[in-house]
Design a binder for this molecule. Structure first.
Ligand SMILES: [Zn+2]
Length: 122
């Protein structure tokens, strides 16, 4: 499900409601329900919460959450690949010397990264 260009500059805070929880109405327009279910297991970000922490990266909370998530195994496997930069995009193929063309064959973008494939591509 591609997202519109009008939200490219949005930040996470754009999806937090005035009551401090996730703005589910906005999220439902962007994400499949299973992703919303996973996201809403997390507290919405707030300036009043504990010290900021890395969510992505080695030993991150995200990887731990994916590992423990009780959802469908194939969705869990997909999320694990995304979190570990393991999807075989054209940029990954070039990095692994499988191919020499990192561009997106759908829209022509210079580099088909995971973010491009999942969020930015047509
Ligand atoms: Zn593309």
């Amino acid at each position: 499900m591609p997202v519109g260009r009008e939200i490219v500059d949005d930040c996470v805070a754009c999806y937090v409601a005035s009551d401090g929880g996730w703005d589910l109405n906005k999220l439902r327009n962007l994400l499949p329900q299973e992703v919303i279910d996973l996201l809403t297991e997390l507290p919405a970000p707030s300036m009043n919460q504990e010290e900021d922490d890395f969510f992505w990266g080695e030993g991150s909370k995200l990887r731990s959450m994916i590992w423990k998530w009780p959802g469908m195994q194939r969705v869990k496997s997909f999320l694990w690949l995304v979190a570990n930069n393991g999807l075989l995009t054209n940029a990954t193929r070039v990095r692994r010397h499988i191919n020499s063309d990192s561009s997106c064959h759908i829209c022509g973008e210079k580099e088909e990264s995971i973010l491009h494939a999942l969020r930015d591509c047509l």
